[in-house]
Design a protein around this ligand. Structure first.
Ligand code: KMH
Ligand code: ZN
Length: 272
C-alpha cells in the first residue's frame, strides 16, 4: 500500500477558542500549527479563514495571509475550503480559489448540519468545479451522505469533474451519514475506478475510522475541525498531537506518513 496521506484540518468554521483553547485562528497561529503538523506527519493542510475575533470568513485577503504564513514555514499541500460556514453565499465561499491553491474542497450535495442546512445547489457545485479547475487546483470531493458519491460518479462520467477523483468521506456530522464502519465500507464499495480517498471522522470516529482507512488503503484527515479530544474527556493539546497519533498508527501498520512531495505525486499534483 502507498504511504499514508495525512490531512490536518486545523481550524474549521464551527469551533471557538472557548471550545478548544489551542485552536489556531490568526494567520500566524495557523502557519505555526501547519508547520507542527507537517513535522508530525501531515502532508496536506485544510484551511479555513477566521477574522481576529474568530468569525469565519472566506475573504481572499485573509486566506492570502494564511497561505503565506503556511508556506513560509513548511511545504504542506495547501487545500482551501470552499465550504466555508453554513449560511455563506456561493460567491463568498468561492473567493479563496482565486488564489490558485493546490487543492480546494468541493461539497457534492446539500445536507442537514446539526440544526442548520449546508446548502449546495447543483448549479453552484458545477460552477465551483469549473472554477477550481480553471484556477489549476485539484478538487477534493466532500461526501457527507450516500447520495453524494452517486452524484460525483454521474458527474465524473459526464466530464463535469476531473478524473482521477480524490474523495473525503466526512462521517458523523449530526444529520448526515454516521461515523460507523458500515458507513465507511459502503462508501468505499462505491468508489469509481482509480479514485483516491480519505476519511474525516467526526468526534471519536476520527480515531476509529482513521485506523480503518489505514487498513483499507485510504488516507486520513484529523484535526480540530472534526474533533477536539485526544481521548474521552481529555482535550487534545494541539492539532499536531492528533497528527502524531495517526502517523504512529500508520507506521505500526506499515503505512508511513507521506511527505508533502510524496502526497503530491500520489494525488497527481505538480511538484513544487
Ligand atoms: N463548515 C462546513 C459547513 C469544507 O471545508 O469544504 C463545511 C466544511 C466543508 O467545512
Ligand atoms: Zn472544512
Amino acid at each position: 500500500m502507498s504511504p499514508l496521506i495525512i490531512t490536518a484540518a486545523l481550524t474549521g468554521a464551527e469551533i471557538s477558542k472557548a471550545d478548544q483553547p489551542a485552536l489556531p485562528i490568526t494567520p500566524e497561529e495557523i502557519g505555526q500549527a501547519a508547520a507542527e503538523c507537517v513535522a508530525a506527519g501531515a502532508a496536506i493542510v485544510h484551511l479555513h479563514g477566521r477574522l481576529a475575533d474568530g468569525t469565519p470568513t472566506q475573504d481572499a485577503a485573509v486566506y492570502r495571509e494564511i497561505i503565506a504564513a503556511v508556506r513560509a514555514r513548511c511545504d504542506a499541500i495547501v487545500q482551501v475550503s470552499t465550504g466555508g460556514a453554513v449560511g455563506m453565499t456561493a460567491t463568498e465561499r468561492l473567493a479563496p480559489v482565486a488564489l490558485r491553491p493546490e487543492m480546494a474542497t468541493l461539497s457534492m450535495g446539500s445536507v442537514n448540519f446539526g440544526n442548520d442546512v449546508f446548502l449546495n445547489l447543483p448549479a453552484d457545485i458545477e460552477a465551483f468545479a469549473r472554477a477550481i479547475a480553471e484556477h489549476g487546483a485539484k478538487a477534493e470531493l466532500e461526501i457527507f451522505d450516500a447520495g453524494m458519491i452517486a452524484t460525483a460518479k454521474r458527474w465524473l462520467a459526464k466530464g463535469l469533474l476531473a478524473s482521477p477523483a480524490h474523495f473525503d468521506f466526512v462521517l458523523g456530522v449530526p444529520g448526515a451519514m454516521p461515523g460507523t464502519p458500515e458507513a465507511l465500507m459502503y462508501l468505499v464499495s462505491q468508489l469509481p475506478e482509480g479514485a483516491t480517498w480519505t476519511v474525516a471522522g467526526i468526534g471519536p470516529a476520527q480515531l476509529t475510522l482513521g485506523t480503518m482507512a489505514i487498513a483499507l488503503g485510504g488516507h486520513v484527515r484529523v484535526g480540530f475541525e472534526d474533533n477536539l479530544y485526544f481521548r474521552k474527556g481529555e482535550l487534545a493539546v494541539s492539532n499536531a498531537q492528533l497528527v502524531a497519533r495517526i502517523a504512529a498508527i500508520g507506521r505500526l501498520m506499515e503505512r508511513p506518513a507521506a511527505t508533502p512531495a510524496q502526497a503530491r505525486a500520489l494525488l497527481g499534483l505538480p511538484a513544487r
